[in-house]
Design a protein around this ligand. Structure first.
Ligand code: IMP
Length: 426
């Protein structure tokens, strides 16, 4: 297998960073294809902790090439900070990081509008990361975006920024009743970013095509998760990109015919950050226990994550949407102390049973989960390295997940360290 897409099969934060880091070792190129610095991939590498927001975690492996594809939205300031952070920890990115000339750029008005929209929405807010992601993608689709290639050409950049900023200032003044943003200050700031970005910019679709012809192995790392996908998630409580496997195709400029396998990452339970329906959300006592044991706080915003039981309805949805061939089950050790563990197998609403993920937000918000209850294992898993050494009840739990999702579990994680990973051999 050479070309793999790795995606989150829940609402993000499944622990993709750790698996990407492990798979990166066996890959030549690691590609980010959607989202922006709303993502936060935490990786423990050689006893140092790294939180990466934009740059693929593969960058921590000295010989790997990393790509930020056309589907990503780039905040140049955040990228500059991330590169500086890596440099300070002796990770060099020059000659190894390539950025698509077609990626769209986040501007100060995107951040401001994200903030204003979120505060204006009141109780109907999305709970975004306020990194300007939604407004930047909205501009891309409305054909009011500025791409990296546009920034590289001063004439194009100047006229695009002028035209777009005039429109944004009108919106800021008349609708949001706030002050205009200064063209000169944005123009000057982004001129500086042009020089900083230039050495990294190329046509990354061509780069990936050439790599394919040389039989290089490519790992496409998804950000967020399937249930946050703008098409397939809990709309409107989603992010603004295609976080599912399809996003890798358009967001990296590669053919679907070149993908060999899609791996889904799930937690042994479920979490989500921000607003939106969450049928299997725990009661406060259990929430506190799992949140504390699992250190469930957002890597980007520090917000406490909402936690709940494993939901096989969304799991099956993720398997179908992404064509998952394998599952990595993360953070199994977080459940060590529970005497009973539940799995949601369906939803019930107004006398109807839903086995497939319903798109209707009213159903999602008000449904009652149908649970089956499994005995816990009540023993620490963090020191176990082989599948055969896992307690009987853990194996049963994993088998049940496999049956419900009709997908094999190939990786089990029982702690944040690399050695706390079990590769399931069959
Ligand atoms: P946005 O992507 O900042 O627009 O936020 C939209 C929704 O996606 C909010 O509920 C965020 O909390 C959520 N979100 C965005 N990025 C991540 C992530 O990396 N992990 C988990 N949730 C995320």
């Amino acid at each position: 297998m050479s070309n793999i897409i790795l995606i989150g099969a829940q609402w993000g934060d499944e622990g993709k960073g750790k698996i990407i880091d492990l798979l990166a070792e066996r890959s030549d190129i690691i590609v980010r294809y959607q989202g922006g610095n709303n993502a936060g991939h935490t990786v423990k590498f050689e006893d140092k902790k790294f939180v990466l927001h934009l740059i693929p975690s593969g960058i921590l492996h000295a010989k790997k090439v990393c790509v930020i594809g056309n589907g990503v939205v780039i905040d140049p300031k955040a990228l500059e900070d991330e590169i500086a952070m890596l440099k300070a920890k002796s990770v060099n990115v020059r000659g190894r990081l390539f950025i698509s000339d077609q990626a769209h750029i986040i501007f100060p008005y995107h951040l401001l509008i994200d903030e204003l929209l979120e505060s204006a929405k009141g109780s109907g807010k999305i709970g975004t990361t306020k990194k300007g992601i939604g407004p930047c993608y909205a501009d891309k689709v409305a054909r009011r975006g500025i791409r990296v290639v546009d920034l590289m050409n001063d004439k194009v950049f100047k006229s695009r920024l002028k035209f777009i900023l005039d429109e944004k200032n009108l919106l800021l003044n008349k609708i949001f009743r706030t002050k205009s943003l200064s063209f000169q200050s944005i123009y000057r700031e982004y001129q500086r970013y042009r020089s900083f970005l230039k050495p990294f910019v190329c046509n990354t679709s061509v780069l990936l095509d050439e790599a394919y012809k040389k039989r290089k192995k490519v790992l496409f790392e998804g950000a967020q998760g399937t249930l946050l996908d703008v098409d397939h998630g809990t709309y409107p409580y989603v992010t603004s990109s295609n976080a599912s496997a399809g996003g890798a195709i358009t967001g990296a400029g590669v053919s679907p015919a070149r993908i060999d396998k899609v791996i889904g990452v799930v937690k042994a339970y479920t979490t989500r950050v921000g607003e939106g329906p969450f049928p299997t959300e725990f009661s406060p006592k259990l929430m506190e226990h799992v949140r504390t044991r699992g250190e469930e706080f957002g890597a980007t915003t520090g917000r406490p994550r909402r936690c709940g039981w494993f939901d096989a309805v969304i799991g099956r949805h993720a398997v179908r949407i992404n064509g998952l061939g394998e599952l990595a089950v993360m953070k199994l050790d977080v459940l060590d102390e529970l005497s009973e563990i539940k799995i949601c197998t369906a939803y019930r609403y107004k006398g109807k049973t839903y086995k497939h993920f319903p798109a209707d937000i009213e159903v999602l918000e008000n449904c009652t989960p149908v649970y089956e209850t499994h005995p816990g294992w009540k023993t620490p898993l963090d020191h176990i390295h082989r599948f055969q050494d896992l307690p009987k009840n853990v194996k049963k739990y994993l088998k049940r997940l496999e049956r419900l999702l009709e997908t094999k579990v190939s990786i089990v994680s029982v702690g944040s360290k690399r050695i706390q990973t079990i590769f399931v051999k069959r």
